[in-house]
Design a protein around this ligand. Structure first.
Ligand SMILES: *Cc1c(COP(=O)(O)O)cnc(C)c1O
Length: 403
């Protein structure tokens, strides 16, 4: 069927140009050419080989030499990742943090300064402060919801602005277009961690950012069964620099995981639609519940940056944070009472997860820092899965009843 569809697309020129522009079509077809001179698989095979044979001493027969440098399964994934983000290039890594490390080590040097959003993924802050600072890099954290806070922090040695939007866990939004414009004016690079929105709902490169970065572990793979990272970009020079470092550092993804991520991407559009639909219903349920103090979800009209979120994203994704009214002890009771939800870190998979940022994902941030940015002891974060919405809400309701 798929081969037939592809043949048809190739034969009808007008259809070809248009069809392969649409998200779902690219998510299913790009990077996967059935090799009809071989077995004709319609899905990309898992090429586990670490090395590749050649006929001539100085020339790899099919361009492949050694799998750290490049691998056919990873190539297919990278093509597809670029396609779904409307980017020219993509690179796949063994984790989101590996992608971050390679990105920074490739583009910055000792003495350079980075301005970062103060409400970042906990692991990114740990990487910056506990690992990269040792090598003479400098990081300043600002509340990037106000673009002027970014501008005010620019120093002579500032080379990069690192933002996340929506943020983890407080769902703060920053203006990608406005921040990228400032960065360009000062010859700095803008990096957007696009993990929470996924390429389906947000395209930072189109808003002027230089780099879009993902933990593919989350929505892109979407089934909580692989760890991976990705970088998407349009600039050829930067791409070549990153490609060199991807090989030189060696933090590459495995072909088996590449296969899983490719498979995940094929249903990304469907999953994101459902994640969002379920999340909206959950956010509204929580907001109307008397035991809930506050709900953080950019799709709610009560979210202070709802308008900006609506402007730069085509959907609000499936992550929600909320606070209950009665303190840490009751928050723990709630977390231990859910049944359908798993009490676990991570997010973006088909199954609903719940976690406690202050004690789990963001425990590595000192308490005073956490409180400064708004991560209280009553805050809980949920990754709304794609189960039946009635079951999801029933589970939250019964757990709230126990509080
Ligand atoms: C999980 C996550 C990361 C890190 O990715 P890993 O794949 O766990 O290394 C970075 N940013 C965000 C927003 C994340 O959620």
């Amino acid at each position: 069927m798929r081969v037939f569809a592809r043949e048809k697309i190739r034969k009808t020129n007008s259809l070809s140009a248009k069809s392969l522009h649409e998200f779902s079509t690219k998510a299913i077809h790009v990077g996967e050419e059935p090799d009809l001179s071989n077995s004709g698989d319609v899905t990309i095979p898992i090429h586990m080989s670490s090395t590749f044979a050649r006929k001539e001493v100085t020339k790899p027969s099919k361009g492949y030499e050694y799998s750290r440098t490049s691998n056919p399964t990873r190539d297919a994934l990278e093509k597809r990742l670029a396609a779904i983000e409307d980017a020219k290039f993509a690179l796949a890594f063994s984790s989101g943090l590996a992608a971050e490390t390679v990105l920074i080590l490739s583009l910055l040097k000792k003495g350079d300064h980075v301005i970062a959003f103060d409400d970042l993924y906990g692991g990114s802050r740990r990487l910056f402060n506990k690992v990269l600072e040792k090598f003479g890099l400098e990081f300043t954290y600002v509340d990037a919801r106000e673009t002027k806070n970014v501008e005010k922090s620019i120093k002579k040695n500032t080379r990069m602005i690192w933002i996340e939007t929506p943020t983890n866990p407080l769902m703060k939004i920053c203006d990608i277009r406005a921040i990228s414009k400032i960065a360009k004016r000062h010859r700095m690079l803008t990096v957007v961690d696009n993990t929470f929105a996924s390429p389906y709902f947000q395209k930072p490169l189109k808003l002027g950012a230089d780099i879009s970065l993902h933990s593919t572990t989350k929505y892109i793979n979407g089934h909580a069964d692989s760890i991976g990272g990705a970088i998407m970009l349009n600039d050829k020079e930067i791409y070549e620099l990153l490609k060199f470092h991807q090989n030189a550092i060696g933090a590459v993804s495995s072909p088996f995981n590449d296969f899983l991520v490719i498979r995940g991407i094929e249903t990304l559009a469907l999953r994101m639609e459902r994640h969002e639909k379920n999340a909206k219903a959950v956010a509204e349920f929580l907001e109307s519940h008397r035991k809930v103090k506050k709900v953080y979800y950019s799709g709610l009209k009560s979210h202070p940056q709802h308008k900006l979120a609506k402007r730069q994203m085509s959907g609000f994704s499936g992550m929600i944070s909320f606070e209950i009214k009665r303190g840490l002890k009751e928050a723990k009771r709630f977390l231990e009472s859910v049944k359908l939800f798993s009490l676990a870190e991570s997010l973006g998979g088909v199954e609903s997860l719940i976690e406690h940022p202050a004690l789990m994902t963001h425990a590595s941030i000192p308490k005073n820092e956490r409180e400064k940015i708004g991560i209280s002891d009553e805050l809980m974060r949920i990754s709304v899965g794609i189960e039946d919405i009635d079951d999801i809400i029933a589970d939250l309701r019964q757990a709230l009843n126990k509080v």
